[in-house]
Design a binder for this molecule. Structure first.
Ligand SMILES: Cc1cc2nc3c(=O)[nH]c(=O)nc-3n(C[C@H](O)[C@H](O)[C@H](O)COP(=O)(O)OP(=O)(O)OC[C@H]3O[C@@H](n4cnc5c(N)ncnc54)[C@H](O)[C@@H]3O)c2cc1C
Length: 398
């Protein structure tokens, strides 16, 4: 296994770095650097710039307008984008739904939906989880009953990220309540403007309504919006989840966050000395840096295997657990470094208004909400407890 970058890959890194330096708008990178919230317009702006360069969909084939990068190129882009404080792209349509449509959708569905993902016409959200179906996803109850050339959908989804902005939702629905639970599920595309769809915000601990409940009350959905075969949705759902968990290690994000924590800790005083020299703080900082270096190497092993076409196995669970624990620890250290200045809740500043006044030093206003928001990382994308069970079975063999 070769973990060093080739000359070609180094040249690609330089190309990405130059493009980011020329193209990434300063107002967007400042928002990301300071941990402010992105608006819908911000995300659309960034998507447009990437799409104009042909880089919005790194893993799509060129024939659909993607960049068709290999795993190493994607990793390099991710690292450079994080170092430049570029916004994240929205994964729901681009890296979750699109691979499913390419693998299991009809040609008509691909022609109909893929262009709108690139040009920003359609925002998608993910309708998997329900009040009684999270870790046990196959327990979904939202019912879809076929009536002629339509499905009639009734039920509820929850934790639907950015559902308030979405034009469409891809949903797991139960089409056969009598079959074994994994065998009675279908994958349905639902227009969020359909009569009977209601979106209700859930305000999270950081004060942001990032997620929603979505209710379906006799929603009529054309049968042509069924992806693949009826009752085969579980296969497509699992395929989508393997794409949801790519890049889960967040090496680039954590590297940038580590730099921030170090910078703040050098400039904050504790007992007359920089906080970075406080033994307890320094030990935590060193530990998270060591963990990050170890994870980055594991990540390179996985990326290197993926570049040779090998599918990641339980390693993706290791990356998910380690990556999220590291990100959470970094937000915890930043909040600790900022101290009491992390306490005031300053929503105007968080929402990104350039002229909004901030109490305390840079990073103070966002460090508290970021700390709280990042608790989500160990819950979604398959909770860390469930990932640990996968690791103990598949890797440790218990
Ligand atoms: C911020 C946020 C955004 C989200 N966005 C979306 C979205 O856009 N679309 C979507 O469909 N879903 C989304 N989710 C839902 C997410 O996928 C679920 O929260 C997750 O799968 C866990 O399910 P649950 O919340 O029902 O918890 P449960 O499954 O009820 O779990 C509760 C606790 O029990 C533990 N547990 C459960 N089963 C086991 C087990 N077998 N062994 C050991 N421990 C176990 C869990 O680890 C957890 O700590 C989001 C969640 C959050 C927090």
């Amino acid at each position: 296994m070769d973990l060093s970058y080739t000359d070609e890959e180094q040249a690609f890194r330089a190309e990405v770095r130059d493009w980011l330096a020329e193209t990434l708008p300063r107002d967007l990178s400042e928002k990301v650097r300071l941990g402010k919230r992105m608006s819908k317009q911000d995300v659309e702006h960034w998507h447009r710039l990437l799409n104009a360069k042909g880089w919005l969909a790194p893993n799509w084939p060129r024939k659909y307008g993607g960049a068709e990068w290999n795993a190493v190129q994607r990793q390099i882009f991710e690292e450079e984008a994080c170092l430049a404080h570029a916004p994240r792209t929205l994964p729901f349509g681009l890296s979750m739904l699109a691979p499913v449509l390419m693998a299991f959708g009809s040609e008509e569905q691909r022609q109909r939906f893929l262009p709108g993902l690139l040009d920003g016409t359609n925002w998608w959200c993910q309708g998997y989880s329900e009040p009684g179906a999270g870790s046990d996803l196959a327990a979904v109850k939202t019912r879809a009953v076929r009536e002629g050339d339509e499905y009639v959908v009734n039920g509820q989804k929850t934790w639907t990220t950015l559902g308030q902005h979405a034009d469409w939702i891809f949903c797991l629905v139960r089409t056969d309540p009598d079959a074994k639970k994994q065998e009675g599920i279908s994958f349905l595309l639902i227009d969020m403007t359909s009569p009977g769809v209601t979106v209700r915000p859930i305000v999270l601990i950081d004060g942001e309504a990032e997620v929603n409940e979505v209710f379906f009350d006799n929603v009529r959905v054309p049968a042509e919006n069924l992806v693949g075969e009826e009752n085969k949705g579980w296969t497509y759902a699992k395929y989508l989840l393997t794409h949801e968990r790519t890049n889960i290690a967040g090496v680039g994000f954590s590297t940038a966050a580590l730099d921030t924590v170090k910078h703040v800790a050098q400039n904050v005083k504790s007992g007359g000395k920089p906080l970075a020299e406080n033994p307890h703080f320094a030990a935590r900082l060193a530990q998270v840096e060591i963990d990050l270096m170890a994870m980055a190497t594991t990540n390179l092993r996985v990326v290197s295997a993926a570049a040779k076409g090998e599918a990641p196995g339980a390693e993706s669970s290791m990356l998910k657990v380690k990556g999220t624990v590291i990100r959470q620890e970094l937000t915890s250290l930043l909040r600790r470094a900022v101290g009491p200045d992390a306490l005031p809740f300053q929503p105007d500043y968080l929402e990104g208004g350039d002229n909004a006044e901030m109490m305390g030093p840079e990073h103070a206003a966002t460090s508290g909400p970021s700390y709280f928001n990042m608790r989500k990382l160990s819950i979604f994308g398959g909770s860390n407890e469930v990932q640990r069970t996968i690791i103990t079975k598949a890797i440790i063999g218990l």
